[in-house]
Design a protein around this ligand. Sequence first.
Ligand code: APR
Length: 232
Amino acid sequence: MEKIDPRKYGRIVFFTGAGMSAESGVPTYRGHGGVWSQYRWEEYACQEAFDADPEKVLRFHELRRAAVLACAPHAGHATIAALEKEHPGVTVVTQNIDGMHQRAGSVKVIELHGSLWRLRCPEHGLTEDLGEKYGNYRCEHCGSWLRPDIVWFRDMLDQYVMNAAIAAIRSCDLFVSIGTSGVVYPAAGFPHFARSNEARCVEINPEANEMSSLYDEAIRAPAGKALPELFA
Ligand code: APR
């Protein structure tokens, strides 16, 4: 594997998906054995489910939090976090809600699908809430149920977050996609945005998928092995 010298690039985007976290042992959502084969998302991961039974939905998300806390970031997360410390142009754009990049030390992280570690009051906005159990199920100011700040099924993506992601990708000159099938909107458009800026596009994924042809290079290895070697 030919190494990449990050100093040759002004802006670098690491775009990550479920495969990045799966390598740490975080349960995946889709596919065989995924969370949605065990739980019906209609009962646990949409606004309608939350409106019908907020406590049930919050308890389900506490299970997800516990599963994530049982896992640790891997060498790939650590490589990205270390690069950010020495390179001001590094941004992570992630589809993952588990906060693993931040736990590894990454700071500039754009979370397209929200976070398991934030709650949202319809009146009073966002609060960070770490730990296995939520500190409060209800807003301390107004008593409203607090909703996980996650893009659930049937939700729209946050336009502000989406614009930030697109701006980062459109202006990068190195785009590294890791552990994503790239088929779920809006990921499918991202390599096109990067290419429009003539960015070098690298895919890290043990398996090819229908988006792979959009990349200049593919590294068919797990993220925890590929990233430290690529940026050694
Ligand atoms: N290193 C790199 N890639 C890996 C690894 C690994 N160790 N293990 C698996 N992969 C790859 C798989 O080959 C697959 O292409 O990770 C990819 C995971 O793809 P998806 O499950 O489709 O995940 P993702 O692209 O993140 O899906 C997007 O869909 O279910 C929703 O909200 C969920 O964020 C998720 C979104």
